[in-house]
Every structure is written in C-alpha cells, then in structure tokens.
Design a binder for this molecule. Sequence first.
Ligand code: ACO
Length: 328
Amino acid sequence: MKKIGIKGTGSFVPTREVPNSYFEKMVDTSDEWIVTRTGIRSRRMIEPGQAISDLATPASERALEMAGLSPKKLDLIVIGTSTADMLSPSAACIVQHRLGAKNAVAFDINAACPAFIYGLAVAQKFMQDGSHRYVLVVGGEIVSNRIDYKDRSTCVLFGDGAGAVVLTHSNGHRYGEILATQIYSDGDLWKLLYVPGGGSRIPPSYQMLDKGLQYVKMQGNEVFKYSIRTMVDAARKIMESKKITAKKIDWFIPHQANIRIMEEVAKRLEIPPDKVIITVHKYGNTSAASIPTALDEAVRSGKIQHGDLVLANSFGAGFTWGATLLRY
Ligand code: ACO
C-alpha cells in the first residue's frame, strides 16, 4: 500500500472580525462569560452573499501553491462541509470549477465538525492503491448564517473559515506520512445537535423560517460531556494502534470548539498545554475548518516542522468523531 503525506497546506478566513461585544447588544451575555466559559474572544464572519466556495477556493489555492502543484494535476477533491453554497451541486464541484481542476473527481462529505478528518480517511482509501495520486482535502464551514442570534447558548460559539491540504504519495520521507486516520459515528445521538429545517423532512417554507427551524439546535451540556469522552477515546485508540505514547506527540490539534473541552482532553491524554495548538480564541468554533486551519497556521508560523508527530481529533453533530495521527 502506498504511503500518503501532506505536500501543502492552506487556509482562509473572512476579513470581518466579530468580537464578543457584538453579542452583548443582541442577547443577555457578556465578554467575561464568553471568555471564561469558552475561551472565545473573537471570530470571523462572512459578508452577506459570500458562500463556502469563497473561502474554500483561496484556502485550496494556498495549499496548491505551497505544494507547487497545478490544479489540473488533482485527481480528487473532497470537501468536508455541511454548508455547501447550494443544496445541489456539491461545494466540491463549485471549487473544482473555480480552480480549473478539470481532471479531478469532486464530492462533499457531510460529517459536521470532523468532516475534514472523514475527508482524510476517504482520501487515504482512494490513494492507497496508487490509483489517485494528488488529492485536495478541504474542511470548510459557514455557520454564521445558521445560528439564531436570539439564542445566547449557540450564537456566541461559531465562526466561518476553510482549511485545505494537498496529499500525495510520500514514500514515508519527503512529505511525511499520515500514519492512521480513524472515524466513528453514533446516530443515536443526533438530537443533541442538529439543524431541523431546510432538508427533506422540513423543506424550506415561510412557516419553517417563522419557527426558526433553519438554525442550529444544541444541548450544549450533553455535547460537552460526549465530546470529551469521544475525543479522548479516539486519541487513545489511534495512538495504541500505532504503539505511540502521548509523550511522543510533538503537537496536538484538538477540535477548536471550547477551550475547556480542549484543556480537559489534553489533560486526560497527559499532553502538556504547550503542545496544544489553539486558535479558538480568535476564530471561535469553525466546525469542519477548525483542524485544517489550525494545522496550516502552525505550519506557516514554523511551529510544526517536518518530522514532527501530530495528533488531531474532532467531534460533532451526528454524533461523529475521529482522529488522525501523522508525521508531518
Ligand atoms: N451568556 C451568558 N449566559 C449564558 C450563555 C451566554 N452566551 N449561554 C448560556 N448561558 C447560561 C445558561 O442559560 C445557563 O443559565 P441558567 O443557569 O440560568 O439556566 C448558564 O449559562 C449555564 O449554562 P450551561 O449550558 O450549563 O453552561 P456551560 O458552562 O455548559 O457552557 C456551552 C455552555 C459553552 C455551550 C458549553 O456547554 C459547551 O461548550 N458545550 C459544547 C458545545 C459545542 O462544542 N458545540 C459544538 C460541537 S459540534 C461542532 O463543533 C459543530
């Protein structure tokens, strides 16, 4: 089986910065509450009219530029998102068009926050037999227009963004190696976090909009508990599968949902705080974008160096969760 590594990373967030004070005018909240309970100070949000391909395309271009690869060389484009530009076609087909990646097959994966990790798992399956050589995996989300700005328990949490990687066959040295990616789902927990309206069950209608069914509904406390449990479990399993102990991990990139979740997961895994990559304070929870955006920033800032061992894990609606372990 072919080894697979990362040839380039890229990310893109909207320019509009939205500080916590923005919400103080809308709901009964405070900067102090948001910072203490979530670690979030600011987030980026799109301008009206922008869509996920407006973030995913520049993120992909940056990853392709770092990889030194023409879009025409891409064999496959996988975009992890649940907020495509339109219900149909996929965001991946729109991004394929905008990149001019004529020779790629393109599709989306709807797996909420871990959709980027799901994307890596799928890409690896396509690449391992050698049939697909250059693959673009993107995680991107626009949550800012799926949240109810009257619901203080959700509106303060999210932001928009996109991150991308270009994968290639690596032979284990030049471009590092994705050692393992493991993904999980438990549909019994779907009611903890969902968007009821706009799909086939409750199609778009004036009544649906009046009831606010187009917005994220979440049982925050329950999600909090499951997220810690599942992220710790996924991280332990993937490290065990490769006989790697937490002491060997150079960098840990947990899903950037809430600083308290990240700190607790790192503590249970015995990974010291200085090895944890954190972006939640400036971007909030960007769902599927959180891991690839943090990875790209850590690579470009020189934190993550070639040869470093990186562990990333995530959880989200579904319930879905997963982890990836890679030598950068
Ligand atoms: N400002 C002020 N008070 C608030 C706010 C707010 N923004 N939001 C909730 N509260 C209040 C509640 O109403 C409650 O008040 P009450 O005691 O009078 O009823 C009180 O704060 C405590 O509420 P809790 O829900 O217990 O607060 P908690 O400390 O659990 O924090 C939070 C809430 C931040 C939502 C937390 O549960 C959390 O982070 N959960 C996980 C959420 C998450 O990560 N979701 C996304 C995962 S999947 C994905 O990434 C798409």
